[in-house]
Design a protein around this ligand. Structure first.
Ligand code: AMP
Length: 254
């Protein structure tokens, strides 16, 4: 089986985000970029399925600047067999290409590559959209299993355990299907040095959106990006009576 894993180059999760002074986006100068963490989980899951003999080929796809080749190489060092970069110079300080345009591009890749299923992140940590997987499922007319915490591929079906509000839900999806990863699906491995070296030799195709016939013109415009409100520090009370007094007279909640 062939599996497609979209991987996004995003601001590293350890970076303290700074908003640009004109509130048009976030500062990216000298900021560390890495693979979106949910996509690392997706690559890990695809790699485990390959090790189990269920998957035969993993293709990592990224839509972004030339530098996103590094993200694809990281995916290859974990387990992807080959990579495709759809190169675009769309600004990355507002989270890169918007979800609908990413979904349309991925659909064009799916039409060419005909994968049996797609594993992708539930969310990018830069734009927090949580939309691309769902939009792609709609464009393709495929089933979707979002927020997966367990995945089994069996008898032509994807059995997905989903994290939902009150607990866990298990669903069976007819393939082809889209699975989006939640945090507890697995713990991605660190790429070993020999695998990083091997990844440099794997096939990476660079294409343009025009070659795929997709139009990435944004439909959304960012009105403004602002820092979150500063948190006001908590305080300690010395007795239950003082707490009740504060709840009654200061917070006015009882
Ligand atoms: P989002 O809808 O932006 O929160 O992203 C959800 C998932 O879509 C991510 O975890 C990636 O798997 C995929 N994705 C989003 N943007 C890109 C991109 N530019 N290149 C490759 N994959 C992407």
């Amino acid at each position: 089986m062939k599996v497609l894993v979209p991987v996004k180059r995003a601001v590293d999760y350890n970076v303290k985000i700074r908003v640009k002074s004109d509130q048009s986006g976030i500062e990216l100068n000298n900021v560390k970029m890495s693979m979106n963490p949910f996509d690392e989980i997706a690559i890990e899951e695809a790699t485990k399925l390959k090790e189990a003999g269920i998957v035969t080929e993993i293709i990592a796809v990224s839509i972004g600047p030339d530098k996103a080749q590094e993200t694809i190489r990281t995916a290859m060092a974990i387990g992807a067999d080959r990579g495709i970069l759809v190169q675009t110079d769309a600004p990355t300080d507002i989270g890169g290409v918007e979800p609908l345009a990413v979904a349309k591009t991925l659909k064009a890749i799916v039409d060419k590559e005909k994968p049996d299923f797609i594993i992708m992140g539930k969310q990018s940590i830069d734009d927090d959209s949580n939309q691309t997987g769902q939009m792609l499922a709609a464009l393709l007319g495929w089933a979707q299993g979002t927020f997966a915490s367990e995945l089994e591929i069996k008898d032509g079906k994807a059995i997905v355990t989903r994290e939902i509000d009150g607990g866990l839900e298990t669903i069976a999806l007819a393939l082809p299907a889209i699975i989006t990863t939640d945090l507890r699906l697995n713990e991605p491995r660190y790429a070993s040095l020999p695998n990083i070296m091997k990844a440099k030799k794997k096939e990476l195709t660079v294409m343009t959106p025009e070659e795929l016939g997709v139009d990435l013109t944004p439909r959304l415009s960012i009105v403004k990006v602002a820092e979150p409100a500063e948190r006001v520090g908590g305080g300690k009370v010395s007795s239950v009576d003082e707490l009740i007094d504060k709840l009654k007279n200061e917070a006015k909640v009882i």
